[in-house]
Write a protein that binds this ligand. Sequence first.
Ligand SMILES: C[S@@+](CC[C@H](N)C(=O)[O-])C[C@H]1O[C@@H](n2cnc3c(N)ncnc32)[C@H](O)[C@@H]1O
Ligand SMILES: [Zn+2]
Length: 196
Amino acid sequence: MMPSADLPDVLQAIQLATRSHQQQHACNAHTFEDGAGLWQLVQQHQPRHMLELGSGLGYTACLMALASPQGQVLTLEGDPEHAALARQQIAALGLQQRVQLHEGSFATVMQALQLPAGSQDLVFFDGNMPPLILVQHFHTLLAPGGLLVCANIDLNGPLGARRVRAELADAQRWQLLPPLESGLTRVARRLPALSP
Ligand SMILES: C[S@@+](CC[C@H](N)C(=O)[O-])C[C@H]1O[C@@H](n2cnc3c(N)ncnc32)[C@H](O)[C@@H]1O
Ligand SMILES: [Zn+2]
């Protein structure tokens, strides 16, 4: 488990609540284990428009909002119980104006939101293993220079995410930055499109 000693106490409390929920619910609300690394990354880049897939109970959405005080976070969650608990946490921190939770499957909500190309400064994927088509879509959604933080690539072993790894290794589209979570979470900067 990564240390998260630098985080505000309110965030550590949400993380503890998420761990306890995950054990009781025996569900997939595994909380992100490198909050300190994500905090540092967001603080350093101060993204204005952030998109998160996988709210859980709201820990990382609140973390990103607090680390980038001018920023807006759109966070997506498909489990109604997680969504309700995340909304409570967001409200308890008074972040409702800057953190909007959309409930539903990633595919349905992304389709409904129709976010414009180049509109996001940071995308954090923290659902189950990311599908290639989604990672390619993140490239479109990110502004040039924007950051993709992609967890759970290794969930299904080395073969499972082979094509996602190949996508992120495309040096004409992405610049890999130091990872988070001891290498489990990739961080990639979206490069500008090459001129024809
Ligand atoms: C790893 S947890 C997120 C943890 C959270 N980011 C944190 O650090 O506490 C993943 C969450 O994504 C949700 N999820 C997974 N796949 C989904 C999908 N296809 N559509 C919507 N939600 C999904 C799960 O219900 C779960 O709450
Ligand atoms: Zn749960």
